[in-house]
Design a protein around this ligand. Structure first.
Ligand code: PAF
Length: 325
């Protein structure tokens, strides 16, 4: 009948529209090196949900966790040449591309999460995102890795003297390496995807990372001792490829920034949750946790590493951070 023809015609039109949208959808890759139950992954979920909703399905987000697209340094290079669309990375390797961000990697710079988040969400954070933008990268939003704590297989570390002589994997970051050298530790820079095997095979005695990473990357399987040193705040940032970015309209860029912000909020909430719950979980898994660390001893031990930064970059940015509310 005529009615049937109309109904079939309408259904066909709807299907055609749906498949047109599916065809038109642009896939956006997000790479990161932690597992698919980590704080970064929680952030990707929020990013995905927000971007897909704001764009009404125009963009479809695909997550590549666990270093599937390489370590953090390799992924940043991937952004620059356009083989990856977006990445969540710690600032560990970022200073190699944007030296202005090194300031954030200084040990004991931030006293607590509130202070760090406030600085990164304020003018200092914005200026650093702008600097990122001057180096063939796009800084979408500051997100978070968390305060780093020391783990090892040799002995419980309570003081810097206990840490001396240990071979510790560090990030590929000269500020971190300088600080550990001051502590008498033997720093071994290495990309994160190589770490588990290096710990397992005893190539290094230990490593340092936030609780979320120690827990969700199963480092507890190959580490006996955890010391809650909180020796450095590890910021993370969501970056986009300029190749992707240059093809977006202003409205689309706004959606990406809003989605990255939503991701950062979700990640920060997860980091806060795991900072306490994660320590309990690690104890249950048999890790011996040294909780009452006299941080001032560690702070004193690494203090000379500040001159490695100021000798090269001056103290202007450092003072701005220290004077921030
Ligand atoms: O140790 C690192 O390299 C980083 O903290 C990690 C785990 C890749 C997260 O950014």
């Amino acid at each position: 009948t005529a009615l049937n023809t109309v109904i079939v015609g309408l259904a066909g039109a709807t299907l055609a529209t749906a498949s047109f949208n599916a065809l038109a959808a642009q896939t956006v890759s997000v790479g990161h090196t932690t597992s698919d139950n980590s704080h970064y992954s929680v952030g990707v979920d929020a990013f995905k949900k927000t971007l897909e909703k704001l764009s009404d399905g125009e963009f479809v987000v695909e997550e590549y966790p666990s270093g599937a697209l390489g370590g953090e340094r390799a992924m940043i290079e991937g952004l620059q040449i356009g083989t990856i669309d977006t990445v969540i990375t710690s600032t560990g390797p970022l200073g190699n591309f944007v030296p202005e961000t090194y300031v954030l990697d200084l040990p004991f710079l931030f006293a607590n999460y509130d202070q760090a988040r406030c600085v990164l969400d304020g003018p200092v954070g914005q200026d650093l995102l702008d600097k990122i933008g001057e180096n063939n990268l796009v800084g979408l939003a500051w997100t978070e890795n968390g305060f780093r704590h020391l783990t090892n297989n040799v002995r419980p570390v309570k003081t810097p003297e206990d840490a001396a002589g240990l071979k510790i994997r560090t990030m590929e970051n000269k500020m971190h390496m300088a600080a550990f050298e001051e502590m008498g530790v033997r720093p071994t820079p290495m990309a994160f995807p190589e770490l588990f095997t290096a710990l397992q095979q005893g190539t290094v005695d230990g490593q340092e990372n936030p609780i979320s990473v120690i827990l969700t990357s199963n480092l507890w399987e190959v580490q006996d001792y955890l010391s809650l040193t909180g020796h450095v705040y590890s910021p993370a940032v969501m970056l986009a490829s300029p190749v992707l970015w240059d093809g977006l309209s202003e409205e689309e860029k706004g959606w990406f920034k809003q989605a990255a912000k939503a991701g950062a909020e979700a990640t920060r909430a997860e980091v806060s949750r795991l900072e306490t719950e994660g320590v309990e979980a690690l104890k249950e898994k048999g890790v011996e946790v040294v909780e009452n660390i006299d941080k001032s001893q560690f702070q004193q031990a690494v203090e000379p590493s500040y001159s490695v930064y100021t000798d090269q970059y001056g103290s202007k940015m450092l003072d701005r951070i220290r004077n921030s509310e």
